[in-house]
Design a protein around this ligand. Structure first.
Ligand SMILES: *[C@@H]1O[C@H](CO)[C@@H](O)[C@H](O)[C@H]1NC(C)=O
Ligand SMILES: *[C@@H]1O[C@H](CO)[C@@H](O)[C@H](O)[C@H]1NC(C)=O
Ligand SMILES: *[C@@H]1O[C@H](CO)[C@@H](O)[C@H](O)[C@H]1NC(C)=O
Length: 970
């Protein structure tokens, strides 16, 4: 392929114009072909793919001139490379899932650019807080640190703008100190290694060997792999380093400032006398940097890298490999984790489980599994990892090191999360890995390396503290090694794990300089696990075990998954793959004849049907008599959890629901028995056939004021109040208009199924429109009216055609005034629909009953009035029959309620917004309850909906002695 490029303006003499005019034409043709190819060869969802977007951008700009501008101290000022490769961003490329998992970067958002960006998310308007200073002063101009905010004196004078911004934004002094310590180490060039050894055999290539001066051609470049214009830094050495880093065996300097990299040795016919390369390098006038269409060519010292092609089948007689599954878990999807272990289980495999340090529930429940199965172990040393965080790699290496110390004889380690599921059987996986014993499976990014480095932020220092990845400035990656990366989901051989994990963890083992150096670099790297293993593999003597396939298929839908949704935890924008849904089945089925063994992501609370389908595909259907296959339960709250801290509004609501439920059945059937509801034990979300079917509250109760404790479970459903007043415009198409919290932009739904909101919740409005045969867009206004009848917020929304579901996030002051709120939808100066929602008063604060004083503060609304500008115009649209001053007086009275009075208020509100559907009694309580006479309650274990109902697909039973697997039906 041919590269075209254009010199900076000052070089535009007439020769240049002629030279580049032909380039321009050739380049345009190539670009056209590329755009065409890009559209032809992208997968079905190509239009949503970010690389096709890039191609579109390019075509929009006409011919792209890419000039690389590196200044001497390494700060890269403007770097936009245009590689000549067709960027094939395969669907299996870099992936990520739970906050602990890696990702794929789309574009960086520099933290210093603006205060707030009013983003129109195609209808959903939200205000994006800028990353830096929250105090309203501009971080942009700030060039010195406000020392008065620090309780320590930095060990050096911190000048880097990004570091200053990070130190100001960090919450704790400890974190500020860590940021400043690391920044100083970097300023003094003491942190990062400058050079790392490369022990991948290089087949006779010698680093820096000069091959001489060659004639280059404008239409057919001798070195066509990569091009950069290094205006001030070009030299043979720099160019060689950069080409080596990008994985090329040849480097060449030309026309003083140009650096070319390539895979092919230039033909000897193009050789010219050294005197033809007669231009000086910008860094050192004594050195030659090519000439006009002449190029000094060098070897970088590495051979062209070729990944291994995996073998299909093992030779007979090879003993089957044993696999250690390293499960890195987060969240509360316990039943899906059990299902995953069940489907992967074999007595010859091992399960090493790392549960995020903050997830008490999952950890506690999986300890039970550890006790009942011989080859399951939970990590005791637990990390709290964040999305993209450096701690993720530390966690993986620490877990791998522990895996090596157990006396388990495994051959491969495969990392998985709760949202992975196999798409091949255990036997197929074992057969394949047996044929490839000793190989290492990683997925590479498949694009130009320098571009990958920028997109991934590898050329920036990140520091993790205060559960945030702070960007503190540009850095230099060590020379001497090739950089590689991609997905953080890998399958690694035991010898390689020994190499990377023990060298780091074990002080007694002689440290490998490559691994040690990489470990320093990746301690301060965003998404470290997406590059660490790849880079260690390529540059060590394990390089001939590299397979460019991580055995997974990932459900990328970048239009949905790249919303910069992690900006609260990282100074960067990243993407996440979507959950597979039933309609994605063809894609999964299509993996049958490919070397793909796992897929991600799956989430049964979003779609369990697809998981059922995959499991049936692999292992056949469950017997038709199997109970509750279409049901899924996920814990929301458990009384024993300390972390994450329970949500007071949820506990308040659940406790109120136990009172409401108990009253309902006592009135219906009870005779002469006093049942007093006690503590809430658990709250569980219940789904059937991929629909949310209510929330379950398991609770204790005391009989007749006595000593006997019984337990019940009740199922409730939030009520949706929406009234359509006019069927004009969007009013006629409105399917739902409801207020909740925790909107997931990627899956386009609120994860707060119960829709409980308290004074400190962040409400969001979710609306859904029916499909419309006629394309139309609407400008709509939402008016937010608080329980005192006051207009507190106006949200303007542009509803785009084709967007049927979207959300609006209002800016409301905390604490929200408790009671019934109204949100009105205004279209063409008339209210077309409205919806009501509840902000529940709190009975508990940090788990304890509120005092009168606390209630007075929590339930009075925000101290300051809401600033609504043209409120009079909007107020005309509000209901004029409402006596606002009466409502305000009532709100004041309500704020004084506490104790029983407060509970009555809470219950009366919840009675309107929640409906009790059923209540059951647990089998251990049925005897005691029967003494009260007939209550007509079902036994929980016999219902289809209770969290105690049978759930065979997630129940772990006995190991089948013939197959070595767990019995499907416990
Ligand atoms: C920051 O700089 C901009 C323009 O460079 C200027 O308008 C603004 O007033 C400055 N802000 C502060 C706080 O100095
Ligand atoms: C920062 O460096 C100082 C001086 O070397 C040291 O005392 C302190 O413990 C360090 N703090 C952190 C958080 O690393
Ligand atoms: C909606 O508002 C925008 C600007 O706020 C305007 O450009 C557009 O024409 C309006 N659309 C309609 C359908 O009124």
């Amino acid at each position: 392929m041919v590269r075209y490029n254009m010199a900076p303006n000052r070089n535009l003499d007439s020769r240049w114009v002629r030279r580049y005019r032909s380039f321009f034409i050739v380049g345009s043709v190539i670009l056209g072909i590329q755009v065409f190819l890009a559209y032809r060869f992208f997968p079905i969802d190509a239009e949503e793919d970010e690389s096709s977007q890039e191609h579109r951008d390019l075509s929009g700009k006409g011919l792209n001139v890419e000039v690389v501008n590196e200044d001497l101290n390494g700060g890269v000022s403007s770097r936009r490379f245009r590689d000549n490769y067709l960027v094939v961003d395969d669907e299996d490329s870099p992936s990520n899932s739970n906050p602990a998992n890696g990702l794929y970067i789309r574009n960086k958002v520099p933290p210093d650019k603006s205060d707030t960006i009013l983003r129109n998310n195609g209808g959903a308007i939200e205000t994006v807080p800028k990353f830096n200073s929250k105090d309203g002063t501009s971080g942009l101009n700030r060039t010195s640190l406000r020392l008065e905010e620090l309780d320590f004196v930095p060990v050096c004078d911190i000048i880097a703008k990004e570091a200053i911004s990070a130190i100001h934004r960090a919450k704790t002094q400890l974190c500020k100190q860590k940021l400043s310590n690391i920044t100083c180490l970097i300023q003094q060039r003491q942190l990062y290694p400058h050079h790392l050894p490369n022990s991948c055999p290089s087949a006779g290539f010698t680093a820096g060997k000069s091959l001489g001066c060659y004639q280059d051609e404008k239409t057919f470049r001798l070195l066509s792999g990569y091009y950069a214009n290094l205006k001030t830094t070009n030299s043979p050495k720099h160019c060689i380093n950069m080409c080596l880093q990008s994985g090329f065996p040849y480097a060449g300097v030309q026309y003083s400032t140009e650096c070319f990299c390539g895979n092919e040795e230039p033909p000897s016919a193009s050789r010219r006398p050294d005197s033809s390369c007669n231009m000086k390098c910008p860094t050192d006038p004594r050195e030659a940097c090519g000439g006009y269409f002449t190029i000094n060519v060098y070897e970088t010292g590495i051979a062209k890298f070729t990944p291994q092609v995996p073998r299909e089948v093992a030779e007979s007689g090879e003993s089957p490999v044993r696999i250690a599954f390293l499960l890195t878990l987060n969240g509360r999807a316990l039943r899906q984790v059990r299902r995953l272990i069940k489907v992967l289980f074999h007595r010859d495999h091992f399960f090493y489980i790392h549960v995020d340090a903050r997830q008490d529930y999952l950890y506690r429940e999986l300890l039970v599994l550890e006790r009942s199965l011989p080859n399951v172990r939970l990590a005791r040393h637990r990390y709290a990892t964040i999305w993209g965080g450096a701690s993720l790699l530390q966690m993986l290496l620490s877990s791998m090191n522990e895996l090596l110390e157990l006396d388990w004889e495994w051959d491969f380690v495969i990392n998985l999360s709760e949202s992975d599921f196999p798409v091949k059987t255990n036997n197929q996986l074992v057969d394949f890995l047996t044929a490839n014993k000793g190989r290492n499976f990683v997925k590479s990014h498949g694009r130009e390396v320098q571009r990958f480095i920028q997109k991934q932020g590898l050329d920036k220092t990140f520091v993790e503290c205060d559960t945030h990845m702070w960007r503190t400035g540009d850095r230099h990656l060590p020379w001497g090694i090739q950089l590689d990366g991609g997905s953080d989901w890998v399958a690694l051989s035991r010898p390689f794990v020994v190499y990377v994990a023990t060298a780091v963890q074990d002080a007694l083992v002689q440290k490998d300089p490559l691994v040690e150096g990489l470990n320093t670099v990746f301690k301060h790297t965003l998404l470290p696990a997406e590059s660490f293993f790849h880079t260690a593999l390529r540059n060590s003597h394990f390089c001939d075990t590299y397979v460019d396939n991580n055995l997974r298929v990932t459900n990328w839908k970048r239009r949905l998954g790249c919303k910069c949704q992690y900006k609260h935890v990282v100074d960067w924008c990243g993407c996440s793959p979507n959950d597979f849904k039933s309609e994605d089945w063809p894609r999964l089925e299509g993996t049958e004849n490919r070397q793909l063994f796992f897929a991600r992501k799956f989430e049964p609370s979003i779609n369990q049907g697809i998981i059922d389908q995959v499991e049936e595909w692999l292992y056949g259907p469950y017997p038709s008599t199997t109970a509750n296959l279409q049901s899924y339960w996920q814990s929301v709250y458990h009384y024993a959890d300390l972390s994450p801290p329970p949500d007071d509004s949820l506990v308040t609501l659940a406790t109120s629901l136990t009172r409401i439920s108990t009253k309902s059945f006592v009135l219906k059937g009870g005779n002469g028995c006093l049942i007093h509801p006690g503590n809430v034990l658990e709250v569980t979300s219940y789904h059937n056939n991929d629909n949310y079917k209510g929330t379950l509250v398991l609770y204790e109760a005391v009989l007749n004021g006595g000593t006997e404790t019984v337990s019940f479970e009740t199922r409730v459903m939030p009520q949706h109040y929406m009234t359509i007043l006019k069927d004009t415009g969007p009013g006629g198409r409105l399917k739902s208009l409801l207020v909740s919290s925790d909107y997931d932009q990627k899956e386009q739904l609120s994860r707060n199924f119960l829709r409980n909101l308290g004074p400190f919740s962040e409400p969001i409005l979710v609306y859904q429109l029916g499909a419309n045969p006629q394309p139309s867009t609407y400008n709509v206004t939402f008016l937010w009216v608080d329980p005192a009848g006051q207009l507190v917020e106006v949200s303007e929304v542009h509803m785009e055609d084709g967007q049927v579901t979207n959300y609006v996030k209002p800016l409301l002051r905390e604490p929200l005034l408790p009671g019934v709120w109204t949100v009105k939808m205004v279209y063409e100066a008339a209210v077309v629909a409205f919806s009501q929602f509840l902000v529940t008063p709190l009975q508990f604060v940090s788990g304890a009953n509120v005092s009168q004083q606390q209630a007075g503060f929590l339930h009075s609304g925000p101290g300051q009035p809401y600033p609504i500008h043209d409120a009079t115009d909007w107020n005309k649209l509000l209901d004029n029959t409402v006596d606002r001053s009466a409502l305000q007086r009532k709100a004041l009275v309500n704020a004084r309620r506490f104790g029983l009075d407060l509970k009555d208020w809470i219950d009366s509100l919840n009675l309107k917004f929640y409906k009790v559907l059923n209540t059951c009694v647990t089998s251990s309580s049925v005897h005691a309850v029967s003494k009260c006479g007939k209550l007509h309650l079902e036994l929980c274990e016999n219902t289809t909906w209770s969290s105690l109902a049978p759930d065979p697909k997630s129940q772990i039973g006995l190991i089948n002695l013939t197959t070595g697997r767990l019995n499907r039906q416990a």
